[in-house]
Design a protein around this ligand. Structure first.
Ligand code: ADP
Length: 190
């Protein structure tokens, strides 16, 4: 079993690469962004609360996403492995993930970070906003806010995995297939 954290700022290509990794390795995909949007679509209380926060471009509270991930891990005892996309986004989430892993007798093999500069990110997100229907991709100010949240709250998560000797960085600009090959090369060495 391999459990991988795919890391990177909004627009780095985590969703695209996750899909390819699922097809190749059969991982169960756990994206907190997708899980939150599903709650919003269903109109749950959690979804309504989360939407207000997501529309501000800031992170939802740790306990909310930790609870969602805990449920999904427990709901998939037969998983060949998990790919965490957009989680953990704070050091508290990373610590909680380690506890959840230990509790379930599994571990994180490594974090793979997709590196993309801010200018390219803004460009990609604005393009995605034209088709994704995501309100948070359509407004440049909101995009900047999300990138800023990433820099202040999420970047430290990279150090957390570096200290555990589990961090690998990959250039996220270029051909999708080429980036995918680089990711697979890292995973195959875990
Ligand atoms: P992106 O990476 O493009 O910002 P996501 O779908 O991962 O897109 O996240 C969209 C929004 O959902 C974030 O801006 C944040 O408000 C919320 N969110 C997603 N994952 C988390 C998380 N792990 N912790 C806190 N908030 C989250």
């Amino acid at each position: 079993m391999q459990n991988i954290v795919l890391f990177g700022p909004p627009g780095a290509g985590k969703g695209t690469q996750s899909q390819k990794l699922i097809d190749k390795y059969g991982f169960v995909h756990l994206s907190t962004g997708d899980l939150l949007r599903a709650e919003i679509a269903e109109g749950t209380t959690l979804g309504l609360e989360a939407k207000k926060i997501m529309d501000m471009g800031i992170l939802v509270p740790d306990e909310v996403v930790i609870g969602m991930i805990d449920n999904r891990i427990k709901a998939n005892p037969e998983a060949k492995g998990f790919i965490f996309d957009g989680f953990p986004r704070t050091v508290a989430q990373a610590e909680a993930l380690d506890s959840m892993m230990t509790e379930n007798g599994i571990k994180i093999n490594g974090m793979i970070a997709l590196v993309v500069d801010d200018e390219e990110l803004t460009k990609r997100l604005l393009i995605r906003g034209q088709t994704s229907g995501r309100a948070d991709d359509q407004n440049e100010e909101l995009i900047r806010k999300r990138v800023q949240e990433y820099s202040t709250k999420t970047m430290p998560v990279a150090d957390y995995y570096t200290k555990q000797g589990k961090y690998s960085a990959i250039g996220g600009i270029g051909e999708i297939e080429e980036i995918f090959t680089h990711i697979c090369n890292v995973i195959d060495k875990f």
